[in-house]
Ligand binder design. Sequence first.
Ligand code: AMP
Ligand code: MG
Length: 337
Amino acid sequence: MMDTLILGTSDNDISEAAELIKQGEVVAIPTETVYGLAANAFDENAVRKIFAAKNRPCDNPLIVHISSFDMVYDIAKSVPELAYKCAELFWAGPLTMIMPKKDSIPLVTSGGLDTVGIRFPSNPIAQKIIEKCGLPLAAPSANLSGSPSPTNAARVYEDMSGRISAIVDGGESDVGVESTVITFENDGIRILRPGGISREDLLRVCDNVIVDEGVSSKLPSGTVARSPGMKYKHYSPKADVILIDSDIDGFRKYVVENKTDNTYCLLFDEGEAVEGVPYLTYGDDSIEQAHNLFERLRQFDEMGAERVYARCPEQSGVGLAVFNRILRSAGFNLIKL
Ligand code: AMP
Ligand code: MG
């Protein structure tokens, strides 16, 4: 165990964070998606510390973060043609592109794969830290493996206190869910993980944009996941989350008939309350839901919830990312009424 320093966003604090990272330490940093656990992507030992702090399976690759497009050439062996167009439209922003990796990126970082996920975050604090380091930073979400991703510094502290050198407190994450992860194939784009950049956004780049089967359903056992992260339990609070795809009347009836002592609801808004059942709301539209979802899941834990019935989000636009995360929180327990 070590002391975990809490840093702000002054130039001094950012320099201190960058210094720690350059010395091979792990520092939690704010990004526009969720908080990340950052280390020098070229340094095997530093990257091993990330896996240890999170308890992350070593075959689950890390995304490498950059602060200028040209850093891609230090990391990727070749750059797919479509990647330039994606970068032009969506970088800096919540889009991760998978490319063939250079030998400079150790296999520890790429989870043993010969490819690497690259992202240029738009959060100005994240950009400043990467720039100060002068290095690409490997950074997965700053939660213990399996728990909901943190969208503020207090939640990072909850999971990472004593496990990492420092946390840079940059306020609330804007988007609230992790980046969209895409790979390029057959002159098209395959979405491996939906996020802040939607399928509809990507259709501006080319008309062949496929959503991987693993996004909205459990992969059959024995299938090799195109994105190793798909295999693992994710975003799970202590409560059993049950996702209910229904109109509000069906939802209410189901909750009344099936609730037990410690049941809560996750609703879009207060008007949907079920009499006698405590609830939290996560918003009426996909942007708000993405922003709030992970924080609400952690709040249910604090409230001691044992079961949570959740309203099922729309699956278009950023809603697909919300659906993907909440479906995993629910361990794929989706009831269609
Ligand atoms: P996180 O670090 O929590 O944001 O998760 C990163 C996600 O990106 C995981 O689901 C990984 O499996 C996925 N990912 C990262 N790099 C690659 C890669 N080279 N190929 C496929 N998926 C990747
Ligand atoms: Mg994660």
